[in-house]
Design a protein around this ligand. Structure first.
Ligand code: ADP
Ligand code: ZN
Length: 514
């Protein structure tokens, strides 16, 4: 396809003057009839890679899309730009569907968005060869190795058999290698050309803080950002509602959003956010897919996400306009335990636990966070980013041998039969139920660590776990146990260097919020 024709179409239907990196290459590969796998971060500009060819190709383009809400938005947008597009899903009336079938029969549609479940209806009308292009959006949903597996997607492999001469373009923002290969295998496009865009979103600052006094921290975070839109992601519906209520009580314009709300309610909250009437959305991960708002200035994770794919996708909703935007993740031990429980009931338990472990390592990292993230997505960077909390405030190391000795000998005294929380209570000489009910106040290590805050202990113990001196027995009530290496510190005079726990004022609180 000639360049001028492509640029003309881009300008006419989308209003843009130039393609983004990769878009042109991908579009050309589509016109050459190749199968393609497109891996681009959220906001990278995936849609144009199939929408623009669809406009120019002679027959219809089928777009498989997992979410009804997303389809409708896309179709509304296209129609408004003069592109003949429609969608089919189970929420429609029979008459509405018939009208669309007729248009398909007369080749009057350029794009048809369909849920994977509704494919068979369309299939009946379309003879082989009557489809110019098949686009599979959110293609990672086909893989149980990905983070958002949808069983209905697994049937999509048959499309290549049904339309062997029609090019397939699969698109996703999930980049890990195993998932990529699995997508191509399951879609029967083993020779697909892989286009991997850079995942580096340098305009997003990255910050992780311990999840203590989260509400106070959030309130002061947004106090300085009064006119800026942002999203706070929470694990449960209940938390979204409680948080929104507390923020409202403080005078912020905040709304809760989750899958339990009525459709109209969700739409109106979403619209209010897009139009800058609601400043803050407290949401479960149900919120955000397909939301096209370029000036989201910050994203907070109230709870830890299950994996780095989800995390990166969610923070990626901030700063799509390329302007500096801030992200903040609260890291909490309780969240990790909760997520471990979810993962251990899942069909692909092992993969989920491993992904969660990577998430945890990221939040506890003492080196440039962006390097860790990009590394996870297969992109290797030499330079530190300068825009994450570690780069801005590199930890200082100190001789933590005495701290380590105190903690490890206390684990030993507790016979490896207590969780981190009780260990800290004993070290700090707390007089609570967990301690007194078992007479731990009589242990020689009781109160030997009262000079450090609860939070500092938590930080140092996590480091000791990361360094391999202690481990959490996940299958034994998360009890903290010594490893063989602990002996070296306790008996053989080995020294330990610990990173200074951040000494932010807010962290000096003695209690941890659950
Ligand atoms: P994705 O599906 O990868 O998350 P989108 O296709 O929704 O991303 O595109 C993200 C944003 O970038 C949209 O607002 C889109 O209109 C815009 N965009 C895409 N391609 C271009 C381009 N070539 N020039 C300018 N803006 C673009
Ligand atoms: Zn960095």
């Amino acid at each position: 396809m000639e360049e001028t024709r492509l640029l003309g179409t881009l300008k006419e239907y989308f209003g843009y003057d130039s393609f983004r990196p990769l878009q042109k290459k991908i579009i050309n590969a589509v016109f050459e009839g190749k199968d393609n796998l497109v891996i681009m971060p959220t906001g990278g500009g995936k849609s144009i890679c199939y929408q623009l060819p669809a406009i120019l190709l002679p027959q219809i383009t089928l777009v498989i899309s997992p979410l009804i809400a997303l389809m409708k938005d896309q179709v509304d947008g296209l129609t408004a730009n003069g592109v003949a597009a429609a969608y089919l899903n189970s929420s429609q009336q029979e008459a509405e569907q018939q009208a669309i079938f007729q248009k398909i029969g007369k080749n009057e549609l350029k794009l048809l968005y369909i849920a994977p479940e509704s494919l068979q209806f369309v299939d009946k009308i379309l003879a082989n060869g009557k489809v110019s292009l098949i686009a599979i959006d959110e293609a990672h949903c086909i893989s149980s190795w990905g983070h958002d597996f949808r069983p209905a997607y697994t049937q999509l492999g048959y499309l290549k058999n049904r339309y062997p001469n029609t090019p397939v373009i699969a698109l996703t923002a999930t980049a890990d290698k195993a998932t990529r290969n699995d997508i191509c295998r399951q879609l029967n496009i083993p020779l697909a050309k892989k286009h991997v865009a850079s995942f580096d979103r340098a305009n997003l600052s990255l910050e992780v803080r311990p999840g203590v006094k989260r509400f106070e921290q959030i309130a002061s975070f947004i106090q300085n950002r009064k006119k800026e839109s942002g999203i706070i992601y929470c694990l449960s519906r209940k938390t979204t509602e409680e948080l929104a209520a507390k923020l409202k009580a403080k005078g912020f314009k905040a709304e809760a959003y989750h899958a339990g709300l009525k459709h109209e309610e969700r739409m109106s909250i979403q619209d209010g956010f897009i139009n800058d009437e609601n400043q803050i959305i407290c949401a479960t991960i149900a919120f955000g897919m397909g939301i096209d708002k370029s000036n989201i200035r910050w994203v907070i994770h109230y709870n830890m996400p299950k994996n780095l794919e989800g995390y990166y996708q969610e923070i990626g909703r901030a700063g799509r306009d390329g302007l500096p935007s801030d992200t903040l993740l609260f890291h909490s031990y309780a969240d990790v335990v909760q997520l471990q429980k979810f993962a251990s009931n899942a069909a692909n338990e092992e993969i989920q636990l491993a992904k969660l472990e990577r998430m945890k390592q990221y939040s506890e990292a003492l080196t440039c966070r962006r390097k860790i993230l990009l590394n996870y997505f297969g992109e290797h960077k030499q330079e530190d980013c300068g825009n994450c909390d570690i780069c801005k405030n590199p930890p200082e190391f100190f001789d933590g041998t005495v701290i380590a000795q105190k903690a490890l000998s206390c684990i030993y005294r507790l016979k490896g039969a207590e969780p981190v929380t009780t260990l800290i209570d004993v070290l700090r000489g707390s007089q609570n139920e967990a301690v007194l009910s078992k007479n731990y106040q009589q242990l020689p290590t009781y109160g030997v660590g009262s000079e450090l805050s609860w939070h500092h202990w938590q930080q140092y113990i996590l480091q000791l776990i990361n360094l391999g001196y202690a481990e959490i027995a996940f299958h034994k009530n998360n009890h903290l146990q010594l490893t063989k290496a602990a002996k070296k510190i306790l008996f053989e005079g080995e020294k330990v260097h610990l990173a200074q726990a951040p000494d932010r004022k807010i962290l000096r609180q003695d209690s941890a919020e659950s």
